[in-house]
Design a protein around this ligand. Sequence first.
Ligand code: C2E
Ligand code: MG
Ligand code: MG
Length: 677
Amino acid sequence: MSEARHTLFSAVLLVSAGIVGVLSAALAATSNALVPRVVLWSLIASGVAVAAVGLVSIWRYMNASRAPLARAIDALNRTAQGDLDSDLALDDSPDSSELRTALESVRGSLRESEVSRDYLDRLLTSMSEAILVVGSEQRIERANNAAAAMLDYDIDSLLGASMNDILVDSGDRRFGDGAAMRPREGAFRRRDGTLTHVSYTVTSVRSDDGSEQSLLYAAQNIDDRKKVEQRIRYLARTDSLTKIANRMQFQHLMQQAIARAKRRRQYLALLYLDVDRFKDINDTFGHAAGDTSLEMFVRRILDVIPESSVAGRLAGDEFAILLGPAEDTDRIIEQATNIGAKVLRAVGKPFEVQSEEIFMTTSIGVALYPRDGDNVVDLLRRADAALYQSKKAGGNCLEFYSQHMDSSAEERLTLKNKLRRAFERNELRLHYQPKYAVSTGRIAGAEALVRWDLPNRGLVFPADFIPLAEETNLILQIGDWVLNRVCADYRDWQRSVPSPCRVSVNLSLRQLQQQKFLEGVRNAFRTHGISPTCFELEITETTLMEDTDRTIRILDALYGMGLHLAIDDFGTGYSSLSALQQFPISTLKIDQSFVRDVSIDRDNAAIVKTIIQMAHSLGLEVVAEGVESQEQLAFLKTQRCDYAQGHLFGDPMTSDEFCALLIAEAGGSGRYQALFG
Ligand code: C2E
Ligand code: MG
Ligand code: MG
């Protein structure tokens, strides 16, 4: 028994003894017993005294036992108010010591959570990304310094503001809905109403008990990137000499115009122009004079065609004009005839080059939508056929397309039939073009390129038959053949070199759209017993941006299998880098049109430099396509481009030749190593 309890026990005994004493004295007094009164009174008095002493002891005990409780309550209160450091001021009794341990442990956890809250605050403050936490009704609950700076508010005035007033979503449909957690593009409205382009992610955060949900926006300013992107797009779509649409852009605009005309049942005319005897001007006066003449040619055309029409440069001295829309065939024929005549007159006026008077004329072929064709390819082909007739007629004139001109239509049909039989006759070939690591000069991969070995014609290049194959399902068969051939070749190489480099295969949109595409890919790897990690698929920007949701699903599955994915011909499409971030891509291939002039054109050099920087900042590796000169390679090296591919390192080669190259390199004699300095 503890000492305190002892005291209490004795006190209770004293009180009881006192009471018993008083009671027995009182009893004796009332029963007339022969006890002297003095004795009785002194008995009562001592009973009362003993009981009083007992009561005082009990009172003291009660007080003493209440004190630790009061102290404990006090200590708890102080802790709750955030005092985690001062002395707890409890006594040393065993009960109190248990209490102390419990309280110290509570204080410890509180101290830790405070540290982590401070840490989180410091983390948020130091982040260069703007962070906004948005709670119910889209109200901003938290913001960091970067967000305040980006929006030009102070943090306090951001709190409680509505996110709807800040974020202007791009509403870009190219960002698939299925990609909610992936970066999106939009704009933040600043205090003065101006917009800042941002790339942002949204993550939903639930409170611990799951009752509340907040959204965490993490955003990066991409104004600079946007400017560069616009510049890339401009350069990619514009002819650098004449500043009108280049071939790709002209075809794109034509496609849009056709779609519009189809909806509204309207009519269009395509004028295909080719400068007569342009080669003579070039040969006589030199290339600079040739360029000046073409600039003059375009200025004169632009002076006479209506504002609603589109002009483009298709190749060297080939141009095109799209006229319309008109409400019927007669009217579009009339318009084409009138404008055509004006163009011939305007172009034909003499002008001076190097003090010499030059006469330049042009031939024009016309095809009409929808009479002569309802798509870009057919219309261009038929206008070209008509152009050929006007050349044959001596030039400086205009011809409308008519069916008898079209020998190419038939030729295409026979070519298509022959392509169908190419499989049975084993006429397809696969060539490999090595990719070199710029920093070491070692082979880092190879791209598989298909060719068609057509008897009596020689090797046909993909540009001449892939579009044909894409018009039919033949491209699926070709794609299948290519993948299986690559796997078989890879197996062959493995017999000579333990781990051949990674091989890239090009994919067409039609292949991706195929229902059983994934199954086909899986089967190919299984059949040949090759790991998908040895392979890379190349997909163009344009293909990626078709049906993004579906494409993301398929690419995620391919990536899950271990395949690498690369974006091909970057710069020629219409996507933004942020939009590309939603795909699981690890490599970006810069289109050859940018690489071609890096050593002579400052614009292209700046673009390639920025693409490399941006790609690296997004964690992508960069391949430069079409490297043909030592100067280009030197430039790429200074820009830390990862890989180079191109004719500088020879033409694409057969599987055996490539294997020999791999063996030579494994033996330490890389053929092109010296080029890399
Ligand atoms: P791509 O994927 O961009 O392939 C690069 C093209 O550039 C190849 O043309 C290659 O031979 C060429 N090239 C490489 N180095 C240089 C160079 O230094 N200078 C120049 N001027 N050109 C260079 P190719 O073989 O004619 O292929 C053209 C396109 O056809 C390919 O462009 C690709 O989109 C497509 N293609 C090729 N093979 C396949 C295939 O198996 N399936 C599919 N769907 N498409 C394919
Ligand atoms: Mg490619
Ligand atoms: Mg390419």
